[in-house]
Ligand binder design. Structure first.
Ligand code: AHR
Length: 524
């Protein structure tokens, strides 16, 4: 009886063994074939005065028991430094077109309202100086959005003079009196936000006439930004799919083609959230494979959208002088119960980490045109990097993706060819894997490979040409479930862990866990 049982077990093992073997995907990378630089600005962040994005998330005030430097929380600064944030877009968002900078400088701050986001009061204790201090502490650059919707060109021009003038103007002296004699650097200027909607419901033609005026008069006077490091001006661009948005891009880019010496733009913004459908109703936690696959399917629409708008831009700007800035992107789900729905609080799961990797890879593949992107939003809002609760802080799965991708900042894109195969669930079919490669500024080769399949591992075999590869190692990010999250009580559920690959005869082999993001570097 026992030998019969053993025989039966062996027979079952023989039958099932081939099905247990991981599927294999072959990649081919020629490191001598290089593409565009992956601009570090595609790893930008977005911090709006919305919910606890600024207040509590960044700003606790210098009297707080939470350890801080001049009112800015030290734990958050430490975490953000580690992901080398290139720029922070501020103060909005919809908030920017109702923001009046004078109300948040100096010793007396006005208390105003934030009608866009939860109808709460805005203390204005975090203003220009606090923002500049914050980005200085984390080592990022300023991406300031000026108020086109309810402000004036004069208000915006004076704000820029206040921030950037070195000469002893009245505004520069006021800045000095408020604690900062040296001019601030403003790397990026957003000329309005969603001017087709919350930013003023403008037609494209009306916006273009406003944009020209702001571009002309809202000047940066910082002496260090006159020749090199000039401030880049980003115009409002499309906010979705369909003729409304292609018409908008056509109108702005046509105007750009005919621009004269007196005005210019360097970028066109694009906003595209992964929602599934409006209003956002997908759960951010407590979901299964169906919602996982549907949201990833939806996020991959970013590719088509960028291709479509890049093609329009190519018509009017074949030299690609105007960058596409995807300055709002990320998952937008149903607000978590128990919070002000206007605060856009949601959880951040392994699904969001995969969503982030897929989008970053799309941006990298379009690196010649996409030279900026800002994930929405940095702390406590939408697809956040960090969540805080009073003195507690937790790093989200998305945070770890941004950390793993640091080597891709300003790296040179290298094409990867592969047949991704398919992962299917119900009616949804998704590529089984996604991958990018790049050479960093020291010439080291880096690869990112995502396994979208939540159930099956994948064997990767990458043929490496153009380098003599000796070994490879890196990190992989996965978790028990597609909706695994990090919480204040269990902060390490979704954390990267080390992984090593085998390199032999110019081939790198690596086993990817289901639903995982892996970054490896190759030693030569
Ligand atoms: O990120 C939240 C909001 O989404 C922004 O304020 C707005 O620009 C967009 O509609």
């Amino acid at each position: 009886m026992r030998s019969l049982l053993v025989g039966f077990t062996l027979a079952v093992m023989c039958i099932t063994a081939p099905r247990l073997a991981a599927q294999k995907v072959e990649l081919s990378i020629d490191a001598s074939k290089t593409g565009a630089k992956i601009d570090r600005n595609i790893f930008g962040q977005f911090a709006e005065h919305l919910g606890h994005g600024i207040y509590e998330g960044i700003w606790v005030g210098s009297d707080s028991k939470i350890p801080n430097t001049r009112g800015i929380r030290n734990d958050v600064v430490g975490a953000l430094k580690a992901i080398k944030v290139p720029n922070v877009r501020w103060p909005g968002g919809c908030f920017a077109d109702e923001y009046h900078w004078r109300k948040s400088i100096g010793p007396q701050r006005s208390v105003t309202l934030n009608p866009n986001w939860g109808g709460v009061t805005e203390a204005n204790t975090f203003g220009t100086h606090e923002f500049m201090d914050f980005i200085d502490q984390i080592g990022a650059e300023a991406y300031v959005s000026v108020n086109v919707g309810s402000g004036t060109p004069q208000e915006a021009a004076e704000w820029l003079e206040y921030m950037t003038a070195a000469a002893s103007t009245t505004l520069a002296r006021e800045r000095a009196a408020n604690g900062h004699p040296a001019p601030y650097k403003v790397a990026l200027l957003g000329i309005g936000n969603e001017s087709w909607d919350c930013g003023g419901n403008m037609t494209a033609d009306y916006y273009v006439s406003q944009m020209k005026i702001y571009s002309r008069f809202v000047r940066n006077f910082n002496p260090a930004q006159q020749d090199k490091q000039q401030m880049l001006k980003i115009a409002v661009g499309p906010g979705g799919d369909g003729p409304r948005w292609t018409d908008w891009t056509e109108t702005v880019m046509k105007a750009y083609q005919q621009h004269t010496w007196s005005w210019d733009i360097n970028g066109l913004s694009m906003h595209n959230y992964t929602v599934g459908h409006w209003p956002p109703s997908y759960a951010s936690v407590g979901f299964g494979e169906t919602e996982y696959s549907q949201i990833l399917k939806s996020t991959l629409e970013m590719e088509g959208l960028i291709s479509k708008h890049s093609a329009i831009m190519d018509k009017y700007d074949p030299d690609k002088k105007v960058a596409l800035f995807v300055d709002e992107w990320g998952g937008w789900y149903a607000p978590l119960p128990g919070n002000n729905p206007g605060f856009l609080v949601q959880q951040n799961s392994l699904r969001d980490a995969i969503l982030a990797a897929l989008n970053l890879n799309i941006f990298a593949r379009h690196a010649d045109r996409v030279r900026g992107a800002n994930v929405a939003q940095m702390i406590n809002v939408l697809q956040a990097m960090i969540m805080t609760d009073k003195e507690k802080m937790v790093l989200t799965p998305t945070y770890y993706v941004f950390k793993m991708y640091v080597p891709f900042q300003d790296a040179t894109f290298i094409p990867v060819t592969f047949d991704a195969g398919w992962y299917t669930h119900g009616t949804v079919a998704l590529p089984h894997v996604d991958a990018i490669a790049a050479k960093d500024t020291n010439g080291k080769l880096w690869m990112e490979i995502t396994n979208l399949d939540p159930n099956e591992p994948i064997e990767i075999e990458a043929a490496l040409a153009g380098i003599t590869a000796k070994s490879a190692s890196g990190e992989t990010l996965t978790a028990p479930k597609v909706d695994s999250v990090n919480t204040f009580d269990a902060a390490n559920t979704v954390m990267p862990k080390p992984i090593s690959a085998k390199v032999q005869g110019g081939k790198l082999t690596l086993k990817l866990e289901p639903k995982s993001i892996t970054v490896v570097s190759v030693e030569q």
